[in-house]
Design a protein. Structure first.
Length: 464
């Protein structure tokens, strides 16, 4: 069946990987019976509900009050000094939505910037791990500023929403890479991370044990008609192509994230090129819409690949005997989900409201310079408005998931074994270039050219 035929080979090569990644085998005990969907956020009655939901509600109320004051003042000024009268119900005007969206974006940015300052001043972890957390936390200000500015410039003749949205989505790829590097530095670097993950085969029972057991029990009567082997689902590979535990698996997980960064870089280049062409050569904007629609499809597929690789790594670390104890001390689900939901929300909102725009289902609002009749622009405006609203939740969620007083630097007892002399390697690049995507590229090259090549050489020798 699919996967079980190679699981034995994967388990055998795990020991070979151990010889390459560690001088001494790792030891440790784990409990794989913990519920898969056990969200630490909602277990702590004084944590997530009070520190995130309640504060988010209060902040939203403050932003709504400021919006009412601002919009009321604007309409009063327009009536007294310009003689304008309100001809439509308030909800048919664009100004209240713009004001509320920008108020939420400004408030979320202020909360997140204060959080960043706390990390810079009071976070005692080394910059190797702290710098990646700062990139992740900066996601809220970047999204808020870009979405708020794009919302105000929805009907601008300069199409300012195009470059702002492109930059926001490019930063999304940088955050995914930063999260991978945060996890790696949390375990002492890429090579140590590979060493910690070199003992278990990449099969469903090792990555999703609770969920797989539940499905296997509930659907056994159906599965046995297709596959008589009772552990077929448990031994199913998590990837179509086998990945050996350790360096081979980590390298290809990094590649899964890197391809998304490359796709988003090309996406930004194409969109900026089209934007300048529209501005200076007056081409049909319909061409931009068609190209953007095609790029969104490519982006969605690339994002799916990257997020799946991140999910497998995240669950592998939570379930592995070597890593689950320390991993579950740092609110791992909140750290992962508060990034994943931002990406998923923006992706599906763009798809859904673009579809509504093409079908002509979005309402027409009265703007300060004219009616918003362009359905494609209205779709982008709705997405930007929703992103501004959502950033309030994620600003507080980041404060909960990435507190400045949490210990991230690995201690000797956390690594469960003695590392060899090559447990860390030094890049030949200058220090100022050892960041984000460039650092990830160096890690992939080192793993594939040094660690993985040596492991495959040992496999070939043993087979002979």
């Amino acid at each position: 069946h699919f996967g079980s035929s190679s699981s034995g080979l994967q388990q055998g090569t795990a020991n070979i990987s151990a010889m390459s990644d560690l001088q001494e085998p790792l030891t440790g005990g784990g409990n794989h019976d913990a519920p898969y969907a056990c969200w630490e956020a909602f277990q702590d009655s004084n944590g997530f509900p009070q520190k995130v939901l309640m504060r988010c509600g209060v902040s939203t109320g403050v932003a709504l009050f400021l919006t009412c004051c601002l919009v009321g003042s604007l309409w009063m000024w327009a009536y007294k000094h310009c003689g304008y009268h309100q001809m439509l119900p308030w909800y048919e005007y664009a100004v209240p939505y713009e004001a509320f969206g920008v108020s939420m974006a400004v408030t979320a940015t202020a909360i997140s910037v204060y959080h960043l300052v706390q990390h810079v001043l009071y976070n005692n972890n080394t910059w190797k791990v702290k710098s990646h957390a700062l990139i992740i936390i900066s996601m809220v200000p970047v999204y808020s500023i870009c979405s708020g500015a794009a919302l105000l410039g929805t009907m601008s003749k300069d199409y300012i929403a195009i470059p702002l949205s492109a930059f926001r989505e490019f930063y999304e790829a940088l955050v995914l890479v930063a999260f991978l590097q945060f996890i790696a530095e949390f375990w002492g670097g890429t090579v140590r991370l590979a060493a910690m993950l070199d003992t278990d085969a990449m099969i469903m029972s090792n990555v999703f044990p609770t969920a797989v057991d539940m499905v296997n029990i509930k659907l056994r009567c159906i599965l046995e008609k297709i596959e008589p082997y009772k552990n077929a689902l448990k031994d199913l590979r998590v990837f179509p192509v086998p990945r050996m535990p350790g360096s081979h698996y980590v390298a290809w997980t990094y590649i899964g994230a890197l391809q998304y960064a490359v796709v988003m870089w090309l996406y930004v280049v194409v969109m900026l090129t089209l934007w300048t062409t529209v501005l200076f050569f007056d081409i049909d904007t319909g061409i931009v819409v068609k190209v953007e629609t095609g790029l969104k499809g490519v982006k969605g597929l690339s994002n799916l690949i990257a997020m799946y690789n991140l999910l497998i790594l995240f669950e592998y670390l939570r379930e592995s005997e070597n890593t689950h104890v320390r991993m579950n001390k740092i609110k791992p689900i909140s750290k992962f989900v508060c990034i994943k939901l931002i990406v998923i929300f923006s992706l599906w909102q763009e798809f859904l409201f673009s579809l509504f725009g093409r079908l002509g289902l979005l309402p027409i609002a009265r703007g300060y310079s004219g009616d918003w009749t362009d359905q494609e622009k209205n779709a982008k405006a709705v997405v930007n408005f929703l992103v501004c609203i959502e950033m309030m939740l994620f600003a507080w969620w980041h404060r909960y998931a990435y507190p400045c007083d949490e210990a991230w630097d690995p201690q000797p007892e956390d690594l469960l074994g003695k590392m060899d002399g090559s447990s860390r390697y030094e890049s030949r690049r200058p220090m100022w270039l050892r960041v984000n995507v460039i650092m990830l590229t160096d890690d992939i090259g080192y793993l594939l050219n040094n660690r993985v090549r040596g492991q495959f050489r040992i496999v070939r020798t043993l087979r002979e």
